[in-house]
Design a protein. Structure first.
Length: 80
């Protein structure tokens, strides 16, 4: 099963369409993400990220709703 996680693009580096990267925030964690598949993405946009690649630009409401669902199934706590 594959899972894509939404994050917000903080900034973008690089002009080469295949090597363009963004710093993307995922609820307090920031990662570098390849933006080759979303050439229309801009800083401030929310993207779905899978395996280090942004695969789609999504609206903020959808991103926040998805993050809420992921938080609801957080398994780090005690399950007993």
């Amino acid at each position: 099963m594959c899972l894509a996680v939404p994050g917000e693009i903080l900034n973008i580096e690089g002009a080469d369409p295949l090597m363009r990267q963004g710093r993307v925030a995922f609820g307090g964690i920031v990662k570098r993400v390849n933006l080759a598949y979303v050439p229309e993405a801009r800083a401030g946009d929310y993207v779905l990220v899978h395996a280090g690649f942004a695969i789609a630009v999504i609206d903020e409401e959808e991103a926040l709703r998805t993050l809420e669902c992921l938080a609801a199934v957080d398994t780090r706590g005690d399950s007993t």
